[in-house]
Ligand binder design. Structure first.
Ligand code: PMV
Length: 350
């Protein structure tokens, strides 16, 4: 069968949390136990490009990721498809002249512009791009904030990739997740001299997925409750204010403290979860030493659910940070000069 194919393409960026999301209060809806904050990286370096197509003659939903066909039967993808189709249906009911895209099958083609082996979590950019591409295809009038609520159901952190710059994910209070969505704290342009670099310590897949890791922590860690109920709410306020004030000292200090605290609750879980390795700890030591020598926060490190480091620093300190990294890791190259950009460095041998 043939017929018209409707298509729309979009890109979405990777984001790296500086105040980590760790723990779900509802695993189906991806509702978190704490609010979080992230910095969106430049799309020149890390982004997902996704095309969504719909046609009456497509006989099933399909998804290709980096050229390989993947299942669309997962609950998370299904949840995003269902929500977006429901919103489109409302639009079609109000405008009967529109093609009935909500009832057509979807074909999704998605490509990352960074090597899969880079060891950088791609699900945030992936689900953000998927939701935005289908929303564009369906010509949905929903705001990025509203779409972030849908992307959240694909992967929690994906809701923050609906925006550039500095982004907060408000955990919300409701049981249905209607108020658990991302909002932009500040644009990237607001803090043009902020820079970032990713140090790829290991490109291998993490041993404990974030979904399994989070629930192990929620169910077994005694430190976790203090983190979610006391520390994160305090830091959320302080970090938002530091971003708006362009106060790098406070932003960097909180970023490092939160990364360390997040890895402490992972270790406090049973069985304990270890995401950082010896090279990660070497990077922590280096940055702590440089900051001590200079008597201020020159660079801040953060580690997600894996051993790779992301460093934040101000442009004026680039010679110090890159000089140090080059001295310790001489093979590193490809530094990017734009604000908030990430450079993927060659893997450091373990
Ligand atoms: O959204 P997920 O399930 O990939 O979990 C992300 C968890 C962290 O990356 C460790 C923290 C965060 O806020 O992104």
């Amino acid at each position: 069968m043939t017929g018209k194919i409707y298509s729309a393409s979009t890109t979405a960026p990777v984001n790296i949390a500086t105040l980590k999301y760790w723990g779900k209060r509802d695993t189906k809806l991806n509702l978190p136990t704490n609010s979080s904050i992230s910095v969106t990286l430049s799309q020149d370096d890390l982004r997902t490009l996704t095309t969504a197509s719909a046609a009456e003659f497509f006989d099933c939903d399909k998804l290709w990721l980096n050229g390989k066909e993947e299942s669309v039967e997962g609950n998370r993808i299904r949840a995003c498809f269902a929500e977006l189709r429901a919103v489109r249906k409302v639009l079609e009911s109000a405008n009967p002249e529109l093609p009935a895209l909500s009832s057509y099958h979807l074909h999704i083609v998605s490509e990352n512009n960074f090597p899969t082996a880079a060891g950088v979590a791609s699900s945030a950019a992936g689900f953000a791009a998927l939701v935005r591409a289908i929303a564009n295809l369906f010509e949905l009038p929903q705001s990025p904030e509203e779409l972030s609520r849908i992307a959240r159901q694909g992967s929690g952190s994906a809701c923050r990739s609906m925006f550039g710059g500095y982004v907060a994910w408000d955990m919300g209070q409701s049981d249905d997740g209607s108020d658990s969505r991302a909002v932009q704290i500040a644009t990237q342009e607001m803090w043009p001299d902020m820079k970032s670099v990713i140090l790829v310590v290991s490109a291998s897949k993490k041993e404990t997925s974030s979904t399994v890791g989070m629930q192990t922590t929620v169910n077994t860690s005694s430190l976790f409750k203090y983190r979610a109920e006391v520390l994160v709410p305090q830091r959320f306020k302080e970090m938002s204010e530091a971003i708006l004030a362009k106060d790098f000292e406070t932003f960097g200090r909180l970023t490092m403290m939160d990364s360390n605290q997040f890895h402490a609750v992972c270790m406090d879980s049973s069985p304990p979860i270890f995401y950082m390795n010896d090279i990660s700890r070497l990077v922590v030591g280096l940055i702590e030493t440089v900051n001590k020598i200079y008597g201020r926060v020159v660079a801040a490190y953060t580690f997600d659910a894996g051993p790779n480091a992301v460093l934040y620093y101000l442009e004026k300190d680039e010679p110090i940070v890159l000089g140090l990294l080059k001295a310790v890791m001489p093979d590193v190259d490809g530094w990017n000069k734009k604000p908030n950009t990430a450079s993927i460095t060659p893997t450091v041998p373990e």
